[in-house]
Design a protein around this ligand. Structure first.
Ligand SMILES: Nc1ncnc2c1ncn2[C@@H]1O[C@H](COP(=O)(O)OP(=O)(O)O)[C@@H](O)[C@H]1O
Ligand SMILES: [Mg+2]
Length: 225
């Protein structure tokens, strides 16, 4: 991945939530930690253009998230904090097919792509199930399939293990480990982020630590008190 923040700032209703930030993200697997309200989700939403910088700019693989929103957004997939909100259409297979709408494929090509992505995550048997009938772990795998079917290079996840029991949490960790896509993961699950290439610690809208996970987690423990 090649993500650059150039003096990028974010405000909501004039209130600053991300102080002007300059950094580049080029590692394959990056984690984000920090207290509630520290700006993690805002930072992630700026990467996929859901939040525009109030000053400065953000580019993803060289594409500006404001001037080139559509092409820039196609670089990333975003798994929201509540995967319930990810699946829009009742049947999982229809929802996943929706992710391919922009690509002008034939019905056969769409069916093949949906079958292939469900198989990749081992959930082919869920194709005709309704999203609200899925368990937490199934829902999270369905969210992976629904977001990755369109082929983004970078997957951004906002607290993907938050609501899961230990078994499903472990399943999601293994799934993330095996992804061929680059990964940005926001999490309070410290064992999940401990093995990543780089960790960012947000605190009060700024980056308080950035580097190897052990050091950044140690700083987080100091801040949390
Ligand atoms: N849509 C919004 N409108 C107004 N304030 C918001 C909005 N989203 C987040 N905030 C505020 O911005 C700050 C950072 O929030 P957020 O990025 O969600 O933090 P985190 O993900 O680290 O918990 C918080 O003070 C939060 O209340
Ligand atoms: Mg958040």
């Amino acid at each position: 991945m090649d993500i650059r923040f150039n003096q990028a700032e974010a405000r909501y209703d004039g209130r600053i939530v991300l102080h002007p930030l300059t950094l580049s993200l080029t590692e394959r697997r990056i984690g984000i930690i920090g207290l509630n309200g520290s700006g993690k989700t805002t930072f992630a939403r700026m990467i996929n253009g859901l939040v525009s910088p109030t000053s400065g700019s953000v580019t993803v693989n060289g594409l500006d998230t404001v001037k080139d929103l559509d092409r820039s957004r196609a670089q990333t997939g975003f798994i929201f904090q509540n995967p319930q909100n990810q699946i829009i259409l009742p049947l999982l297979k229809d929802d996943i097919a929706l992710g391919l709408k922009a690509q002008k494929l034939s019905k056969t090509e769409v069916d093949q792509a949906v079958t292939a992505i469900l198989a990749r995550f081992g959930i082919g048997h869920l194709a005709d199930r309704r999203a609200h009938e899925l368990s937490g772990g199934e829902l999270q795998l369905a969210a992976f399939a629904s977001v990755l079917v369109s082929g983004p290079q970078i997957l951004i996840m906002d607290e993907p293990t938050n609501q899961l029991d230990l078994k499903n949490r472990n399943l999601v960790e293994r799934t993330i480990d095996e992804l061929s896509e680059d990964v940005i993961v926001i999490s309070h699950d410290l064992p999940l982020v401990a093995g990543l290439d780089r960790l960012l610690l947000f605190h009060e809208g700024r980056i308080a630590a950035d580097g190897r996970p052990e050091e950044v987690i140690a700083r987080y423990r100091e801040i949390a008190g």
